[in-house]
Design a protein around this ligand. Structure first.
Ligand SMILES: [Zn+2]
Ligand SMILES: [Zn+2]
Length: 462
């Protein structure tokens, strides 16, 4: 038995691992490479294996850095099933189709430029239609139920607490009389996060493949984070401005709605009009609403009491662009949640244009902002921003709330590994080199663990 590391090695995106078990090949994750244009070009590189010869696919969760190349895998001849949690199946239906749509749009734009230069035209990575086709390959599972996905290969999904449906994949592999248990952490959630349960702990494994996104960081406590958020909302109310919140449509958007509901009276949310200005955010919220079975105790309680933990009496869902444009007229009293999460596109850019130059406006940054994005420029204190060729002065207050993370911090990762008996070998993936180094150092120091930092295309025996 063998494992090959074909993505998310010493970086965060592009998760992809190939297991060889006897005559079978199991692909775990088939994610998109995200980041700079140069990096993203690698999504077009041919797969490092023949998709026709893969027997089965396991997917831990819906984020595109794990799922985003599945339609491409199918386009190149993969015919088998994709095993994942049933909520992931629902989220992927939205997210992959949206990715297909964006691919088509990007290529239209790129091809216009190419045509003018007399260059050869390019095809989208995959289309919306191709993304839809991928959906037929999905097979849904529940947490804790073991399924034989190939002769000699058993899969059990455990709750990873990262986004709805996210899973730790526990694989039992048998080859002749050789049996091994391999555990993929997937992306591990942040303990105490709203809506979701904490990541499940496991005690047995022969090999652990573990994410290390925040291997070098500790998050601030939840109480402090909520306090900070409440304070921003009350100061914005005193100044009579709008609050703009750029948010990722899956996960963060639902957390915000949920928290607004939880602190509805305390924060005076009833005095505002709350807009969810994102068609995809609205759809994702519906999917979250459908899977109450996998909420944590508190969210289940709210669900039983009031039916919908994401609904507020003053919540407006803006489906169409006309609804979105109407919000532009509001100069105060609106809390606007819109994508994209890093202000690189989507409706948030329009709201920034209409508000960022007003000193009474507030922008609340609630997610990670990558270098080079408009969101990052705001966090770094830019005095002016450029939107559609226009220079706009930044007068609004920009607040960064750091504690809202969907990933475990260093201590969370250490504690998760702590539960494994006999300290199995651990391979670190899904992290920048500094984060991996810091986590490896602690794992070796405190647990004397055998730690490997996976390199691209590295093969390890199991
Ligand atoms: Zn993720
Ligand atoms: Zn990820």
């Amino acid at each position: 038995m063998q494992i090959e590391f074909l993505g998310a090695t010493r970086e965060v995106t592009g998760s992809c691992y190939l297991l060889h078990v006897g005559k079978y090949r199991v692909l775990v994750e088939c994610g998109l490479i995200q980041g700079s244009q140069t990096k993203e070009r690698h999504n077009r590189d041919p797969f490092l294996f023949d998709p026709k010869r893969i027997d089965t696919v396991v997917l831990t969760h819906a984020h595109l850095d794990h799922s985003g190349r599945l339609p491409l895998l199918i386009k190149h001849g993969y015919k088998g099933p994709i095993y994942t949690h049933r909520a992931t199946l629902d989220l992927c239906a939205i997210m992959l189709e949206d990715a297909g749509y964006l691919n088509e749009k990007d290529v239209q734009w790129e091809n216009k430029k190419r045509e003018r230069k007399g260059l050869e035209l390019i095809e989208p990575l995959y289309t919306r239609e191709e993304a839809r086709k991928a959906h037929q390959h999905f097979r849904s599972l529940d947490y804790g139920k073991t399924e034989e996905i190939l002769p000699g290969v058993q899969l059990t999904l455990r709750d990873a607490g990262h986004i709805l449906g996210s899973a730790i994949a526990e694989l039992e592999l048998h080859e002749g009389n050789h049996s091994r248990k391999v555990v993929f952490s997937g992306d591990l959630g942040h303990r105490g996060a709203p809506i979701l349960r904490d990541p499940e702990v496991l005690t047995h494994a022969d090999l652990v493949i573990m994410e290390s996104t925040y291997g070098d960081r500790q998050h601030r406590g939840w109480d402090k984070t909520w306090q900070e958020m409440g304070e921003i909302i009350s100061s914005a109310r005193a100044e009579k401005g709008n609050i703009l919140i750029p948010a990722f449509t899956v996960g963060r958007t639902q957390e915000l709605l949920y928290i607004f509901k939880r602190y509805f009276d305390e924060w005076g949310i009833g005095d505002w009009e709350v807009f969810l200005d994102s068609p995809m955010g609205i759809e994702a919220t519906r999917v979250y609403g459908k899977h109450a079975k996998i909420y944590d105790v508190e969210a289940k309680h709210i669900f039983e009491q009031s039916g919908d933990p994401f609904d507020l009496p003053n919540l407006h869902l803006s489906q169409h662009s006309q609804d979105s444009m109407k919000i532009n007229r509001k100069q105060s009293g609106a809390i606007i949640i819109a994508g994209s999460g890093m202000c690189t596109g989507g409706r948030i850019k329009h709201h920034l244009k209409h508000n960022i130059w007003r000193k009474q406006a507030h922008v609340m940054i609630v997610g990670f902002q990558a270098r080079g994005t408009l969101g990052r420029a705001l966090v770094d204190g830019a005095k002016y921003i450029r939107l559609w060729g226009e220079t706009i002065q930044v007068k609004a207050h920009v607040h960064t709330i750091g504690g809202l993370s969907a990933h475990a911090d260093q201590q969370g990762l250490m504690d998760w590994y702590h539960h494994f008996e006999k300290r199995p070998r651990v391979v670190l993936v899904h992290g920048e080199p500094e984060a991996m180094d810091a986590l490896a150092h602690r794992l070796k120091g405190e647990y004397r663990a055998d730690v490997v930092q996976a390199n691209f295309q590295q093969k390890l025996p199991i």
